[in-house]
Ligand binder design. Structure first.
Ligand SMILES: Cc1cc2nc3c(=O)[nH]c(=O)nc-3n(C[C@H](O)[C@H](O)[C@H](O)COP(=O)(O)OP(=O)(O)OC[C@H]3O[C@@H](n4cnc5c(N)ncnc54)[C@H](O)[C@@H]3O)c2cc1C
Length: 435
């Protein structure tokens, strides 16, 4: 009897789970579903375009999708094209690896104004995600404020600040590069509610701000402590110390020395986004940090800007019937959700960690899936063959892995300059390659 497993989502967590299932049961059949024709989730649509080398992680996953007992069903959304109940019936185990694609709200007045964007949408826009192709963010004023002091906020500011030459070896979407270069940017802000020690940056990414051609990144030295204090140990403490060293260097930078000033401002929480029909500024409230928490001081200041990007985290939404926790993760016990349904990755634990962080956790859950299957194998399931028939009867055009490789080859072929690829940013453009 052959074991049949379905994985919903081809991002890192889903692909690590596939690898672990194959390690445990080498002849099992695995079908990987993704709502987009393109596999690998945020490796393609989250990782910054100028960090193209990071995207090489996908090579390992590409080898998995090339195996004869692994099938890719791209352009198939579970919950829309096929129901979760159908998959649960047709497979021995189903693993949700659907990530977290909704931006957390700030919950302040003015958040609905034109010119306010979640990082998921904004990053998706410059990375060519079809959902955000037509975002057309308002970049017509000279300032953009980013709320958040983690690596996503850094990515957004860096991509906005870089020149065409600096982006030449990136895979930024053409439409976004053109819009950013046209923008009359003079001021970029990153605001953090808490202090420099609490900021979520990693030193390598923070350090890149020192080398920007047309932007000078700086921080007010008065916001920096002399040393890292607090309950940090080991690696975490090391990261904080390296960050502090970089912040101290940034504090020596002089604003106004390059075309764009990029200010990292701590102890500042958003109170209101200002404007009548569109963003005209952001009102910030000065905070102080007590026991690691930001406390309001009542003192406010306004910063004029034409757009606000919220980079404060994401939450998941799952197909109907999947139990959710209040924080936007899928309710589970060690990865088990209900019946033969499991969950891994950002949809399980929330939006934290890098690509490799997903590996050990997906492996653990996959081992549980295997143990469950082996303890009660049941009858042979029809798996992907039955789903393929369902899709045909519903006129859903799925993209298999050879099909995806054709699309990817066409993306490389149409790249110009030093760009490694020029992504198709609309699903019909991708499908047209296969006609
Ligand atoms: C802006 C940004 C930049 C990042 N940069 C880095 C970096 O430089 N280096 C690094 O190591 N990590 C980086 N990360 C973190 C890394 O991307 C994540 O740890 C990782 O992608 C999470 O994997 P996942 O599989 O849980 O989710 P995802 O990668 O989001 O994959 C989820 C997949 O599920 C699919 N899906 C969703 N719903 C459905 C459905 N109903 N049916 C079918 N398919 C569905 C999606 O299309 C997607 O392909 C970054 C994250 C972000 C947001």
């Amino acid at each position: 009897m052959t074991a049949h497993f379905a994985i919903i989502g081809s991002g890192p967590s889903g692909m690590y789970a596939a690898d672990a299932l194959l390690e445990g049961i080498p002849d099992c059949h695995i079908d990987v579903y993704d709502r987009l024709p393109a596999p690998f989730g945020l490796i393609r649509y989250g990782v910054a375009p100028d960090h193209y080398k990071t995207k090489n992680t996908a090579r390992q996953f590409a080898r998995t999708l090339d195996l004869p007992n692994v099938r890719f069903f791209g352009n198939v959304e579970i919950g829309r094209d096929v129901t979760l109940d159908e998959l649960k019936m047709l497979y021995d185990g189903v693993i949700l690896a659907i990530g977290a694609y909704n931006d957390r709200p700030l919950g302040i007045p003015g958040e609905d104004l034109a010119g306010v964007y979640g990082a998921c949408a904004f990053v998706g826009w410059y990375n060519g995600h079809p959902d955000y192709r037509d975002l057309n963010p308002l970049l017509d004023k000279d300032a953009v404020a980013v709320v958040g002091v983690g690596n996503v906020a850094l990515d957004v500011c860096r991509v906005l600040a870089k020149t065409v030459a600096e982006m030449d070896d990136s895979d930024i979407a053409e439409h976004a590069l053109a819009a950013i270069q046209k923008a009359p940017l003079k001021n970029l802000y990153m605001f953090g509610r808490r202090g420099p020690i609490e900021a979520g940056f990693t030193p390598k990414e923070l350090g890149e701000l020192r080398e920007l051609e047309r932007a000078v990144a700086f921080v007010d030295s008065k916001q920096l402590p002399d040393t890292v204090t607090g309950e940090f140990e080991g690696r975490e403490k090391g990261v904080k110390e390296k960050n502090l060293t970089i912040f101290k260097e940034l504090a020596t930078h002089q604003p106004g020395t390059k075309a764009i000033d990029m200010k990292i401002e701590f102890y500042a929480a958003p109170k209101e986004i200002l404007g009548t029909t569109r963003v005209e500024g952001i009102r910030m409230e000065r905070t102080k940090v007590e026991n690691g928490k930001a406390i309001s001081t009542g003192e406010t200041f306004d910063v004029p800007c034409g757009a606000v990007v919220k980079a404060i985290g994401y939450f998941s939404t799952a197909p109907a019937g999947v139990p959710m926790n209040g924080n936007g993760t899928i309710a589970n016990v060690d990865g088990w959700v209900v019946d033969n349904l499991w969950v891994v990755g950002w949809s399980k634990r929330g939006p934290s960690g890098t690509i490799p962080t997903n590996g050990p956790e997906s492996r653990e859950v996959a081992q549980r899936v295997i143990a469950e299957y082996q303890s009660a194998p049941g009858t042979e399931k029809s798996g992907g063959d039955a789903v393929a028939l369902l899709l045909k009867s519903r006129n859903v055009r799925s993209v298999d892995y050879p099909g995806w490789k054709k699309i990817a080859t066409a993306e490389v072929a149409r790249a110009t300059g030093g760009h490694p690829q020029e992504k198709f940013t609309r699903i019909d453009e991708m499908l047209a390659v296969l006609n």
